[in-house]
Unconditional design. Structure first.
Length: 185
């Protein structure tokens, strides 16, 4: 039996963080995207316990302010692309800058320095991953996906899809249909 599931990464991550903080009796004031507000400093032992507890879920405590800022930028991009409704109609650079509360120029330079890729490239990769997910889970056509991800046209989506994956969206959909057919035969 196969179950298809839909999940919200942000909700799941918050639940895991809350669970782990409570397991280790660590008081907290708030949990928001990529940040936990604690009323006091953690002892080295508590820090280590929490860090190890989170690692099994693929969550790590970030050690530097620059890395924290990059992760927050990635979280904003992921949240923006994976939301249920269409992407915001504002410029993406303005959206990111407002959410992270730093100038886009600074964020772009820091992002490139730390990750060795641009914010724009990271966004394209995330949008293509989301497009693949929408094709798999939602059975949306390319026009609907292009609209939902704020592409100017299906051709623009198709071009970026091909550059990123090496396949056209139609070839990707065809492979998925063949795999599904083989599972049921």
């Amino acid at each position: 039996m196969k179950l298809n599931v839909k999940h919200d990464i942000n909700i799941a991550c918050k639940a895991i963080l809350k669970e782990q903080l409570e397991n280790f009796n660590i008081p907290y004031q708030s949990i928001s995207m990529g940040e936990i507000e604690l009323p006091t400093e953690l002892s080295p032992d508590k820090f280590s316990e929490l860090s190890n507890g989170l690692k099994k879920y693929g969550i790590e405590i970030i050690d530097s302010q620059k890395n924290a800022l990059i992760q927050k930028t990635k979280d904003v991009i992921t949240e923006m692309i994976y939301r249920e409704e269409n992407l915001p109609s504002v410029k993406i650079s303005a959206y990111i800058s407002e959410k992270v509360n730093y100038s886009y120029g600074y964020l772009a330079a820091l992002f490139s320095e730390i990750t060795y890729t641009s914010i724009e490239n990271y966004i394209i990769i995330q949008k293509i991953e989301r497009a693949k997910q929408l094709m798999l889970q939602e059975d949306l056509n390319l026009t609907e996906i292009a609209y939902r991800l704020s592409y100017s046209s299906v051709a623009h989506l198709s071009t970026q899809f091909k550059k990123t994956t090496g396949l056209t969206p139609s070839a990707f959909q065809s492979i998925i249909k063949k795999r599904k057919a083989n599972k049921f035969s």
